[in-house]
Design a protein around this ligand. Structure first.
Ligand code: SF4
Length: 429
């Protein structure tokens, strides 16, 4: 989402004369768009500002702006601790950035703009043209969260759930298609909670699918409780919705899910998986796991391993629990680091085994790949499979933006390697 936000911020500040530079030591404005999900996010911001300060020791000070969720969560402390920061702006206030920059330049008074104002933000962002020209582009449809999982800061940094108007999203998807975009990844902290008038995520997918230039549609990140039947059925009828379902489960233990306030049980998750598989056997799952959540014992950990075995996730993110200030989980007793590190190692090995097995199974197969670009330091091309796996292959410039058939010759944990199959070599059914 930060990549999407950064591009919209750039589309906005362009209007008051800013341009992008690759020569970062000559920039007259730095904007750090920050994420609060991972540990040490705050310290990374101060470290980066320290680097800018050092580079500009003998030059005019650039305008320094900190945006994003760290700015939202740490606004007052940031301005107090680091006098080099001029402007702090939260994720629901981006639409005010031009006014705030001008206000700062006129008055030279440091500013904190962290109001939650998602409605005006999206009204404004709906009016600026999304200039993304990438083959695969993000499109934010929903922000914020009302679920309040006990470990998560999103409800505090992004605010309550807000869904953008259906027509505005379709309009933005059409602009992306005109720019040459072929794949749209619909984004939201709770993307499948999307609800605008009577439209849900399934309606959005089926409407975007009608845009002929758009070849693939994905969405992330979902909550199991919002995997409604209409969305599940979309996997059976949509021609463009990709079969990789990223559905975070976090733990395979009901006791831990309850303590996390996830509001669902393991059996609900397995049920969603079974329903999806029945509707579309090509569906495969990926997930997020928090390892060593306070209270996780050996039995809970084993339950998570069992779930991984049952679902055979093909790629997933797993992290040791780290507490975020202000959350309920931050008051709970941490588990010994040696135990959690060992558990993470075991889980990751299991997840990697599935990933390797999946990639290996594709060797000698011919698969569909959306070609994204020619690689910078090689004559090879880069694209992605239907399951998002990176594919590197010998190909042709004219195929960028197309779905081509690639014969897979080799694979490793993260990547598939192959060659383009000429149409004349494909067997006619
Ligand atoms: S549903 Fe997702 S975004 Fe919302 S509180 Fe839980 S983890 Fe955070």
């Amino acid at each position: 989402m930060n990549e999407y936000d950064s591009n919209r911020i750039f589309d906005t500040v362009k209007e008051i004369g800013f341009t992008q530079t690759n020569n970062i030591d000559e920039a007259n404005c730095y904007l750090l768009n920050t994420c609060h999900i991972r540990d040490k996010a705050k310290e990374k911001v101060y470290h980066e500002i320290g680097r800018v300060k050092k580079n500009f020791r003998l030059k005019n000070k650039p305008l320094v702006i900190v945006a994003g969720c760290v700015a939202q969560a740490e606004n007052e402390e940031m301005l107090k601790r680091e006098p080099y920061i001029d402007l702090v702006i939260g994720p629901q206030a981006y639409h005010k950035i031009n006014n705030k920059i001008e206000e700062y330049l006129n008055k030279q008074k440091r500013l904190d703009e962290t109001e939650f104002d998602a409605i005006s933000k999206f009204k404004y962002l709906g009016k600026i043209k999304n200039s993304s020209k990438k083959i695969s582009s993000f499109l934010t449809i929903q922000e914020g969260c009302d679920k309040f999982c006990h470990f998560c800061v999103v409800p505090f940094t992004r605010g309550p759930e807000y869904s953008r108007p259906f027509r505005k999203i379709i309009q933005e998807a059409k602009i992306l298609a005109e720019n040459g975009v072929k794949e749209i990844i619909l984004l939201g902290q709770n993307v499948n909670a999307y609800q605008n008038d009577n439209y849900r995520l399934s309606n959005l997918i089926l409407e975007i699918e009608k845009i002929p230039e758009i070849l693939r549609i994905r969405f992330t990140t979902s909550h199991p409780n919002d995997m409604t039947d209409d969305l599940i059925e979309t996997y059976g009828i949509s021609k463009k919705l990709m079969p990789l379902v990223h559905l975070p489960v976090q733990s395979g233990s009901d006791k831990i899910l309850e303590s996390m306030n996830r509001k669902h049980q393991v059996k609900d998750y397995i049920n969603i998986y079974k329903k999806l598989k029945e509707i579309n056997s090509a569906v495969k799952f990926s997930s997020d796991f928090i390892i060593g959540y306070p209270g996780e014992d050996e039995k809970d950990f084993k339950n998570t391993l069992d779930l991984i075995k049952e679902i055979e996730f093909i790629n997933s993110y797993s992290f040791i629990f780290s507490s975020r200030p202000g959350t309920i989980a931050s008051k709970l007793q941490l588990i010994d680091n040696r135990i959690t590190s060992k558990r993470l190692e075991i889980i990751q090995q299991k997840l990697f085994d599935h990933q390797i097995k999946m990639n290996k199974s594709l060797e000698n197969d011919i698969i569909d790949v959306l070609v994204e670009n020619k690689m910078q330091k090689s004559s090879k091309f880069f694209g992605r499979s239907e399951y998002m796996t990176p594919v590197i292959f010998d190909g042709y410039e004219e195929d960028i933006g197309k779905i081509v058939k690639i014969k897979i010759n080799k694979s490793n944990k993260n990547t598939l390697f192959g060659e383009i199959v000429k149409k004349s070599k494909l067997k006619v059914a």
